[in-house]
Write a protein of this length. Sequence first.
Length: 55
Amino acid sequence: MTVVRVDNVSTDDSVYLVETFGGRVIRNPRNAGLSAANNRGRRGDGCALDPGDQP
């Protein structure tokens, strides 16, 4: 399993953690919003979403 993190210009250390443990990071140049980030990350087969702290 590969962890894919779509980054919407986050300010936490999640990108660092994903890269440190061998995951893949897709960086958006701006905060595109949750739906756009999910759509970008879902391209490909087999996907599980974890919206984290999103309402």
